[in-house]
Design a protein around this ligand. Structure first.
Ligand code: ASP
Length: 590
């Protein structure tokens, strides 16, 4: 139907006849001449319709915003003074000979260039209109280029694209499962995969050696910032590899991707043990663009006459840490109050601070509600954090977990608010994760997932599981975890020990993962892999603010689709077929 996309037109086509198909972006009536800005996914072109072509003119006159038109005409240079060299189509226009209305359009719920005036809810309800915005088109186009580049790279490295089932059994990745009732097996349910983890390991047992998949994963997680119940992973697994191999393959992939798609040469990927990341940055995904670090001061605070500090300093599970911000003494009272509220989100009970106005003036030169309690250690403290005139030092004192989370988040927020970034891209690998973490109920749970290999023997693991490290690795970029993976357990005995430590008894292990345990005894090769969160990767690469910006049809924070109104009720008949009786009518639950 068309000869060119609107956005493809330029001066090289002057005097040529073209046929365009697209949407009316804007229509202006200029004293007897109608200007139509015609839009398609490649851009906008200006079309001029004058009364010399009465039929075309009449149709153009009828056209309204978002009507679908087909236009035949000749490309010509715009008259001097009306040219716009900043736009790719800005030097030319199309003089229409023929205007055909392919379809009309109701008045859209929002004008594309006024999308900011309506809430995200309206944009999600009419997502197909929101997706007409050039910004959205650009993001999805980049997403497509990203998956193309990744596929090309992995295929080149000998990885095979193999699909794994969506209707399956639970795969433990730490979230709740989405369940699908079975009609043919009354009372039984499929689980949607939280990841293809078990299947990709089974493919290694089969000997496929190198697998990848751009895979949909489903996790029914509690409302947390910027998560989607269904999301996409670039998932891969390989046999006869160690952690260096997987890290090298995937680092090269990401490096090449940034090069091809953004023309960015990523810097070195340093490797940092988990413990160091927590110590220095309070996070296992540190944003290394920000030059702020947490500094331990427990030893100094043990003896101070200030319980808020001395308590955690003397407790086994406590931590007192300082965070110095160069030039931060200029922060106002109000700003400090706001930061205090901010750390409260992470459980911190307050935010102590010292402003260093004039170090040479001793205590007089310091401004702080707490300095009177720590006169004896103040000099050493300021030396340790390297405080100079004009700086502010913040403190966190609480359980280690709270201090890490609160100061870790504060560090990122200060970096953003004060624009402290020292570089555009800061990648790294975080390695040497603990195998397990202790939950509030005292039980151990797998930090990664229970198929991750420990870096010790089964005996050592059994003897002191809380100390064991794993052969897991995370790739982090600008404070975002891009992906994570591990070398897996390929030995049935080791797998059983891990289940034992996790309190999964033999019966339960066989019930849930018997097929994996079986497979491990039929010649499982050493193997390992990694999965990248595609949505987050695309978000970082396109500068989107949330992953909803880079997913064509995302769900809301409460896991609903406003456009299709999913999840929806189903008929009594369907429920009966599935052997399901609802305890309460859904409407009564609300
Ligand atoms: N299946 C893991 C995840 O989704 C990734 C991996 O270990 O390869 O986090």
């Amino acid at each position: 139907m068309r000869s060119h996309y609107c956005g493809q037109l330029n001066e090289t086509l002057v005097d040529q006849e073209v046929t365009l198909c697209g949407w009316v972006h804007r229509r202006r009536d200029h004293g007897g001449v109608i200007f139509l800005d015609m839009r398609d996914r490649e851009g906008v072109a200006q079309v001029v319709v004058d009364p010399d072509t009465p039929e075309a003119f009449a149709n153009a006159d009828k056209a309204r915003s978002e009507y679908v038109l087909r236009i035949k005409g000749r490309v010509r240079l715009r008259p001097e003074g009306t040219q716009n060299p900043d736009k790719s189509t800005g030097m030319i226009e199309v003089l229409a000979k023929n205007v055909e209305v392919l379809n009309t359009a109701a008045t859209p719920p929002f004008q594309l260039d006024e999308h900011g005036k309506v809430g995200e809810e309206v944009r999600l309800k009419y997502r197909y209109i929101d997706l007409r915005r050039p910004e959205m088109i650009e993001r999805l186009r980049l997403r497509s280029r990203i998956t193309h580049s990744v596929r090309a790279y992995l295929e080149g490295e000998g990885f095979l694209d193999i699909e794994t089932p969506i209707l399956t059994r639970a795969t433990p990745e730490g979230a709740r499962d989405y369940l699908v009732p079975s009609r043919t097996h009354a009372g039984h349910f499929f689980a949607l995969p939280q990841s293809p983890q078990l299947f990709k390991q089974l493919l290694m047992v089969s000997g496929f050696d190198r697998y990848y998949q751009i895979a949909k994963c489903f996790r029914d997680e509690d409302l947390r910032a910027d998560r989607q119940p269904e999301f996409t992973q670039i998932d891969l697994e390989a046999s006869f590899v160690d952690e260096d191999d997987i890290m090298a393959i995937t680092e090269k992939m990401v490096r090449q991707l940034f090069n091809e798609v953004l023309d960015v040469a990523l810097p070195e990927f340093p490797r940092m043990p988990f413990s160091e990341a927590m110590q220095r940055f309070g996070s296992d995904k540190p944003d290394l663009r920000i030059p702020l670090e947490l500094v331990d001061v427990d030893d100094l605070m043990k003896g101070v006459d200030f319980k808020v500090f001395s308590g955690p300093a003397n407790a086994d599970d406590g931590r007192v840490a300082a965070l110095k911000v160069s030039g931060g003494a200029k922060l106002s009272r109000k700003e400090i109050d706001d930061y205090t509220k901010f750390v409260g989100i992470y459980g911190a009970k307050g935010l102590a601070w010292i402003k260093v106005n004039d170090r040479s003036a001793g205590l007089e030169g310091l401004q702080s509600p707490i300095v009177k309690f720590m006169e004896s250690v103040i000099e050493e403290l300021l030396d340790r954090v390297g405080a100079q005139d004009g700086d502010i030092v913040f403190f966190g004192a609480d359980k280690t977990k709270v201090v890490n989370e609160a100061l870790g988040a504060l560090r990122v927020k200060l970096g953003e608010d004060l624009n402290l970034y020292t570089q555009a891209w800061a990648p790294l690998w975080v390695v040497d994760f603990p195998m397990f973490e202790r939950e509030d109920n005292g039980r151990l749970s797998a930090l990664h997932h229970p198929f991750t290999a420990p870096s010790c023997t089964p005996e050592e693991l059994k003897a002191d599981p809380a100390k064991a490290l794993s052969r897991a690795y995370d790739m982090v970029l600008n404070g975002t975890e891009l992906g994570g993976g591990s070398i897996r357990i390929h030995d049935q005995a080791m797998q059983r020990v891990v289940f034992e430590v996790l309190g999964i008894n033999e019966e339960e292990a066989n019930e849930k993962f018997g097929f994996l345990l079986d497979a491990l005894q039929f010649g499982a090769p050493p193997h390992g892999g990694l999965a990248f969160g595609l949505d987050r990767l695309v978000m970082l690469m396109t500068g989107g603010r949330t992953i909803r910006d880079v997913i064509a049809f995302p769900k809301t924070q409460s896991a609903a689709d406003l456009m299709t109104d999913a999840p929806g009720e189903v008929s009594a008949e369907q429920l009966k077929e599935l052997n399901i009786r609802l305890r309460q009518k859904a409407t009564e639950q609300q």
